[in-house]
Design a binder for this molecule. Structure first.
Ligand SMILES: NC(=O)C1=CN([C@@H]2O[C@H](COP(=O)(O)OP(=O)(O)OC[C@H]3O[C@@H](n4cnc5c(N)ncnc54)[C@H](O)[C@@H]3O)[C@@H](O)[C@H]2O)[C@H](O)CC1
Ligand SMILES: [K+]
Length: 500
């Protein structure tokens, strides 16, 4: 699914109105019914509800929801911003409510807000592209101080600018949940913006799909149907060779577990064969814990000193648990400089590269880098905000023809053509030791199965998150450990095979 900016969404509205031969009111009514249908499941029937409405169409949505909730027997208190210029559909919605139900407010006003209410925030949506005036803080503070049981935002938390970096001092309503129309808004996917809403839920309001090709974008939100489009079909004549031979290089004394996790993930993802390359101390651990894998060992007991020949392998991951012994570091750099085939580069291999000047020139093209935030910072330096971080990474990805995976709640895959794919699967339980090792094994396995680096990364990140989502149906997120993720890759595949 494409992620488009606010201006494009407005064009999309207009094109939908034209192609479907409907009015803007009809579209708003669709939004209102979808919203109401969902909101009623969020609120207890007797809960007091306060709906804050602005003067544009976001406010129009809020007024429409108020009307629908009243029809269903809910008691609502409606606050609407006093203004000279309401949008047409906003006014029409006001007229459908009796005038004594509407409380008009000014920014400097003390409002009488009952405590413990459900608040519906319909003041601003995608119509703003610059920060709200500081006076808005008084309204948002009063909302917060009224101790609401929950705050539900329509389309965006009011004051949130979807396509530009937010600064902490910009006035903005902070909500528990945001129902956003049709497509995710870019800023909602950035970790730095998690303070504005705990979660967003997409509401399909039937914007015309046939015209969405017209919108150019570098950003995508990856869901099941996107993944199904490029999943390879398996032939009954397939054999071990078809599914590739994956090599996992890493481990050091005390950190062999990370190689067990990576290798297990590669096997569960479907590699035909998996071989590990570790220091000698890894041999017994691997042969005992993962009998399906084959082990090669370095001459050294505690850390890798000589890196292997990799030509016979179709997928290679390097760096997990590798440590940063000076000999390992020096020999890794000498080795990587001479490699031609794409690698999945993780953990200490990234830390080692970060110590080199112009490190990206040493990496074979089409490789996949999987840094967590600290590793990314070591590689690319500081960033001001998540927009800048993404831009920096995008430039490097294009210039050096690499794929970067920036891990987070919405993990982002930045490919060598400058596109960013945000992942929709995964949960907080997956923030656990070894989760990243598992991801590297999945991606190396997929490259071994013939997916290119971008496809393997997008699919890998999705599968990893999905396996984690199935895992937390059986295991509490607190108790989820990395090896559980691999145990549920099979469930993830079944889900992708299915059409529900
Ligand atoms: N396809 C859809 O997504 C649909 C969206 N709907 C809803 O409509 C809003 C967008 O409506 P719009 O009228 O364009 O904008 P807003 O209501 O967000 O606000 C406009 C209002 O605010 C004023 N304004 C702009 N910037 C500022 C500022 N910095 N400070 C103060 N005031 C500002 C501006 O002048 C306008 O008066 C969308 O989010 C959805 O909720 C439809 O209902 C269905 C289709
Ligand atoms: K809003």
């Amino acid at each position: 699914m494409k992620i488009i900016n606010s201006k494009q969404i407005k064009e999309w509205d207009q094109l939908t109105i034209k192609h479907q031969n409907i009015s803007s009111w009809d579209l708003m009514e669709r939004a209102v019914l979808k919203l109401t249908e969902n909101i009623v499941n969020d609120i207890p029937s007797k809960a007091p509800i306060i709906i804050f409405c602005g003067k544009g169409n976001n406010g129009g949505d809020g007024l429409g929801v108020a009307r629908e909730l009243e029809k269903l027997g809910y008691k609502t208190l409606i606050y609407i911003l006093k203004s000279e210029n309401y949008s047409e559909d906003n006014l029409k919605n006001q007229q459908l409510l009796s005038s004594n139900e509407l409380h008009f407010f000014n920014l400097n006003e003390e409002l009488q807000l009952p405590e413990n209410s459900v608040i519906i925030d319909a003041i601003f949506g995608i119509g703003i592209n610059q920060p709200l005036d500081d006076d808005w803080n008084s309204i948002f503070n009063q909302i917060e101080k009224s101790n609401p049981t929950q705050i539900i935002s329509i389309d965006l938390p009011s004051g949130f600018i979807a396509d530009l970096p937010m600064q902490k001092y910009f006035p903005c309503c902070k909500s528990n949940k945001t129902y956003t129309f049709q497509v995710p808004k870019l800023g909602l996917l950035f970790p730095e913006n998690q303070i504005y809403t705990d979660e967003f839920i997409l509401l399909d309001i039937g914007l015309e799909q046939n015209v969405s090709n017209e919108f150019e974008t570098d950003y995508y939100f990856i869901q099941k149907n996107d993944i199904q489009k490029f999943l390879k079909k398996i032939s009954k004549f397939s054999h071990k060779g078809t599914f590739g031979h994956t090599l996992i290089i890493g481990g050091s004394l005390g950190k062999i577990g990370s190689i067990v996790l990576t290798a297990k993930a590669a096997l569960k993802t479907g590699s035909g064969l998996v071989t590990t390359y570790t220091p000698q101390c890894g041999l017994n651990i691997l042969q005992t814990n993962l009998i399906e894998s084959m082990s090669l060992v370095d001459d050294s007991e505690k850390q890798i000193e000589y890196f292997p020949e990799i030509k016979i392998y179709q997928g290679v991951a390097v760096g997990m648990g590798m440590g940063q012994h000076p000999t390992t570091d020096a020999n890794f750099i000498n080795w990587i400089k001479n490699q031609k085939q794409p690698l999945v580069i993780d953990a200490d291999a990234l830390n080692c590269l970060a110590k080199q000047k112009d490190c990206f020139t040493l990496i074979p093209q089409d490789s996949v880098l999987t840094p967590h935030p600290k590793e990314l910072q070591r590689l690319i330096g500081e960033w001001e905000n998540d927009f800048e971080k993404l831009e920096k990474v995008k430039k490097l990805a294009v210039f050096h023809q690499l794929t970067f995976i920036i891990k987070g709640f919405y993990t982002a895959v930045i490919t060598s053509d400058g596109k960013t794919y945000f992942n929709s699967t995964g949960n907080w339980g997956m923030a656990t030791a070894g989760s990243g090792d598992t991801l590297s094994g999945i991606i190396a396995s997929l490259i071994g199965q013939g997916y290119n680096s971008s496809e393997a990364s997008i699919l890998g990140v999705y599968l990893h998150g999905l396996a984690g989502d199935f895992a937390v149906k059986k295991i509490h997120p607190h108790s989820l450990i990395a090896s559980n993720i691999s145990d549920f890759i099979s469930e993830a595949y079944f889900y992708l095979d299915s059409n529900f």
